[in-house]
Structures are given as structure tokens and as C-alpha cells.
Design a protein around this ligand. Structure first.
Ligand code: SGN
Ligand code: CA
Length: 519
């Protein structure tokens, strides 16, 4: 393994010594940060769930490390993005939910990396409402962005790009890499819209999963009986909240008869060129005809919805994987693969029918946990895995350390370099004992109540508050699917006392006075 602070420096010194020139700066690793929107770890083949095949994302895992316990701090898009940019929890970076504006005047990764000579760019979904600040180049989707023919904003204005958004983001990333200054290290954030709702695939993948019968999660028909009101009162159920037209692409009998979320049905289609629309109609008319012919109800309808959801969601991921492959190939073809940290992750996790849900927000495992794979030759051992409790708040500290910069005390994450170079493996120093979480977007879409909590290797303690005051405890070892709230089980009293003490400690450490006051 190369020593981060000596071996790469060594290369520079040797060259300088040979040529007799002034000492060259150590070679800093480039950072290619690829993030998708709502990509569940269950939908990456490297995680072994068998739903789909993502050969290119898997290449990153094979050449580097797969993180099995990577989590967000607040499971929703804009807050995750703000946490990553600032290395601070939501209550300190000021962006608690998707309606908040990001204060771009604060310290962020591209600004912090600049003293180390980095040039930086962000391409794709931004979602922070105010224009990006501190990047040398930015070209962003407007708000969530569409799947087809996106408008993208940059410092010159807003322009329409014709084509499939995932491919356009890949094109833009490669164009920026081509025209960057090759003398400087780069920090490039490539942020996909996919596979965010409403899951509109690229035509070549429309029918990729048409003949696949997906295994239904064993808790798909969860009745939430051993949990509190929050799990019961959400509005993210495949059965009751996922829509047949907008989400599952069945053409309505009459578009003007649409209600609720289905009213958004026409939005994405209206942007299409006549050719795109014809291709779309050809495929989805068949789905529509089949659906109306079947006249499904009850359990059959629920299972049909789950199947259709998986088909389109996973098809969108196939295009993401293609673009990851293009970027990896670009690095290789241009001799950049040896000195580039490649990160692939999602803004948060996502439910693929577990508990009967889609969407995210909850501190329950599938939305708390995000996929994360990273590779950096010479530092990360190929094919390695990590069980360390890591969080998206850790990226900033990690990148600063890799760039050879001091990590400011104000940053709240931990550098993952000791994880990358194996120091936290079996018998080594533990990265942390527990992670902290706080979600705020309530009242709001999908009706997930406000909550905060702590997760250790074995337990999860959650407090739902605001219009409710309920605690939940899960023993993840005995109940990995989080079906059984143990908060009122006397045999866990001691565990609860210990977890509450640890929770308070984290709230004090992270200065979450709001959370602290709600205990
Ligand atoms: C939209 C979606 C929601 C989703 C939020 C937030 N509805 O409102 O289903 O939870 O975005 O997602 S849609 O009708 O517009 O598709 S996030 O990932 O950006 O936080
Ligand atoms: Ca998201």
C-alpha cells in the first residue's frame, strides 16, 4: 500500500531530484464523486441482493472497498447534499429539509480544497435552491430535474439539452474533464437525477426487466402492528400511495380525470420530442393495455404495482451504471485511474417494497443506509469491505485529508482514511461506536414524522416528536427488518438507559440543542 503522505510525495521528489529542479508539489489525488438520487444499496449487484446487475459500479467495489454500514444523517435529498458539501449536520449548515435555501456563503468542500490547488466542478442535480458557490464550473438541473430533455443552468444562463438526462450528465462530466487544467488536481461531483421518482427509463432499457419476476420482500404486507404511529401514518405505501399513472406509466383513460400525484403524469411526457414520445407510447401502450385487461384488485394489484415499480426503477439504474462505466473508462484511457479517488454513493437509501414502502426519510435501515463504494489504487485494498459505521458527513474530512490539508475543527465528520488503509479492520482502532440522525421534513410530502436517534452496531433507538412523542428500540441482531419495537420490553431497560446516555452525548458533541431539548 502506498503511504498517503510519503509514497506519492516520493514520486514528486524523485522527479525533482533527477531533473535538478525545484521540489515539485506532491501529487494530490483527483476526486471523482458520483452520486445518484435515491439509489438503494439493494439495487447494486456488489451488495449481493440479486435484483439486478451493475457491472460498472461493481468495478469500483472490486478495485476498492464496499462499505456495508454507510449512513446518512437526515434521509432526504437537499439536506444530504448540504451535509456532504459542508461536513456539518443539518442544524449547523442551516438546511434541514427540502424547502430550505442553502447558504452558499459558508465554507464548503470546493472552497476548502482550493488552497491545495484543486479545480472543482458540479454537474447534474444540485437541489439547493441558491446557485452553487465556490466551484470553478457548475451546470445543474433545475430543482429535481426531468428524465428527458433537461434544462440545465450554468453561470451563463439556462439551456435545454435534448436527450436522456443520465447520459447528458455523463456527457457533460466528460466534456469538463476534457477541458480542465491537467496541471491541477480535480474535484468533480457528478450528480444523477436517476433513479428518483417517477422512474422514467431510457428507451433501450424499457423492457430490460419485463420478464423478471422480482422476489417480494418478506415484510411487503407489513401491518406495522408492533410499531408506533409514525410507521402507521406515513404516506409512502406502494399499495395506497404509489400511483398507477404517474408512477407506473399506465396511460389514464382521460388525462384530465387525474387526481393527486397522478396529476404530474403529463409533466415529464410533455417535454419529449415527437420521436421520443412515439417510442415511449409504443412501449407503455402495451403495459397500459395489459393493465386494463387484467382488472386487478387487492393483493394482485399490490403485487403488480411492486413488479412494475421494480421494472422501471431498476431500468433507470442500468443507465446510471453505463455512465459510471464511461467515466471509469475515461480515467483509464487518460492515465488518471491510478491517482483518482472514485466514490459512488446515493444521497440516501430507498425502500424497494420493504415495509410495503417506496421513498425514504425514516431512520429505519433501508433509507438510513446508503450504498457506498470507493477506490483509490495504492491506498484502498482491492476487493475489501468495511463494517465501520460511516456517514455522509465524513466525506469532507476524508477529501481534505487526502488533499493533504488540515481538517478544520468546525467539521463534524471523521476522515475515512484510516478505514481506507485498513487501520480500523479487526483489532484496529474503532472509527466510532454510534451514528446520530435527525429528520425534520414534517408536515410534508409522504408524511414521515420528525425524529432523531442513535444507531450502534447492534441497536437503534428512535424518538418521534412534534405532533407525537414515541420512542422505538430495535435489536438489529435479532430483528434486522425492524418489525418489533422493544422500547417497552423490561429486559431492554438497561440497554435503553445506555443508549439514551450515548444519544445525549452525541447531541452535545454535534451541538444539536434542538434534538437535546426534545428528549
Ligand atoms: C418529490 C417526489 C417525492 C420525493 C421528494 C423528495 N414526488 O416531491 O416522492 O419524496 O421529491 O425527494 S414527485 O411527484 O415529484 O416525484 S428527494 O430525493 O429530492 O428528497
Ligand atoms: Ca434523494
Amino acid at each position: 500500500m502506498r503511504n498517503l503522505f510519503n509514497a506519492s510525495i516520493g514520486l514528486g521528489l524523485t522527479a525533482a531530484a533527477l531533473s535538478g529542479c525545484r521540489e515539485k508539489e506532491p501529487e494530490k489525488p483527483n476526486i471523482l464523486f458520483i452520486m445518484s438520487d435515491d439509489h438503494a444499496f439493494q439495487a447494486i449487484s456488489a451488495y449481493g441482493h440479486g435484483l439486478n446487475s451493475t457491472p460498472n459500479i461493481d468495478r469500483i467495489a472490486a478495485d476498492g472497498m464496499r462499505f456495508n454500514k454507510a449512513f446518512c444523517t437526515n434521509s432526504i435529498s437537499a439536506p444530504c447534499r448540504a451535509v456532504i458539501l459542508t461536513g456539518k449536520f443539518s442544524h449547523l449548515n442551516g438546511l434541514r429539509d427540502n424547502s430550505d435555501l442553502f447558504n452558499g456563503a459558508q465554507q464548503t468542500l470546493p472552497k476548502m480544497l482550493r488552497p491545495a490547488g484543486y479545480q472543482s466542478a458540479i454537474i447534474g442535480k444540485w437541489h439547493l435552491k441558491t446557485d452553487p458557490a465556490g466551484f470553478d464550473f457548475w451546470r445543474i438541473l433545475i430543482d429535481q430535474g426531468p428524465y428527458y430533455n433537461p434544462d440545465m443552468k450554468d453561470s451563463t444562463g439556462t439551456h435545454r439539452y435534448t436527450g436522456y438526462t443520465t447520459s447528458i450528465i455523463g456527457d457533460q462530466a466528460i466534456q469538463w474533464l476534457d477541458k480542465r487544467d491537467p496541471q491541477k488536481p480535480f474535484f468533480l461531483m457528478v450528480h444523477n437525477k436517476a433513479p428518483h421518482r417517477n422512474w422514467m427509463p431510457e428507451p433501450k432499457y424499457f423492457d430490460l426487466f419485463r420478464n423478471t419476476k422480482f422476489p417480494v420482500p418478506e415484510n411487503f404486507f407489513d401491518d406495522y402492528s408492533n410499531r408506533g404511529r409514525a410507521a402507521k401514518e406515513q404516506e409512502m405505501s406502494v399499495i395506497k400511495d404509489m400511483t398507477v399513472n404517474y408512477d407506473l406509466k399506465v396511460f389514464p383513460h382521460k388525462p384530465d380525470s387525474l387526481t393527486g400525484d397522478d396529476q404530474a403524469w403529463e409533466g415529464g411526457l410533455k417535454r419529449m420530442t415527437p420521436e421520443q414520445r412515439t417510442t415511449w407510447n409504443q412501449y407503455y401502450q402495451k403495459i397500459t393495455d395489459e393493465f386494463y385487461a387484467k382488472k386487478l384488485t387487492g393483493k394482485d394489484l399490490a403485487l403488480w404495482k411492486f413488479q412494475r415499480y421494480m421494472e422501471d426503477y431498476l431500468a433507470c439504474i442500468q443507465s446510471v451504471d453505463d455512465q459510471v462505466g464511461r467515466l471509469l473508462d475515461y480515467l483509464k484511457d487518460n492515465g488518471l485511474d491510478k491517482n483518482t479517488l472514485v466514490v459512488y454513493c446515493s444521497d440516501q437509501g430507498f425502500y424497494l417494497g420493504e415495509h410495503g414502502w417506496f421513498d425514504k426519510r425514516f431512520m429505519y435501515e433501508e433509507s438510513l443506509r446508503t450504498p457506498l463504494v470507493m477506490k483509490l489504487p495504492g491506498v484502498i485494498k482491492p476487493g475489501s469491505t468495511s463494517e465501520d459505521l460511516v456517514q455522509n458527513v465524513d466525506f469532507a474530512s476524508t477529501f481534505l485529508q487526502l488533499a493533504g490539508l488540515q481538517i478544520p475543527d468546525s467539521l463534524q465528520g471523521l476522515s475515512l482514511v484510516p478505514v481506507m488503509d485498513g487501520k480500523t479492520q479487526e483489532g484496529g482502532v474503532k472509527l466510532r461506536d454510534a451514528i446520530y440522525y435527525h429528520y425534520y421534513e414534517y408536515p410534508g410530502v409522504h408524511a414521515v414524522k420528525r425524529h432523531y436517534g442513535i444507531r450502534t452496531d447492534r441497536y437503534k433507538l428512535i424518538h418521534f416528536y412534534q405532533d407525537i412523542d414515541e420512542w422505538e428500540l430495535f435489536d438489529l441482531e435479532k430483528d434486522p427488518r425492524e418489525m418489533n419495537n422493544l422500547y417497552n420490553d423490561p429486559s431492554y431497560a438497561q440497554t435503553i438507559t445506555e443508549l439514551k446516555a450515548a444519544l445525549v452525548k452525541l447531541q452535545i458533541q454535534y451541538q444539536d440543542t434542538e434534538g437535546l431539548s426534545k428528549n
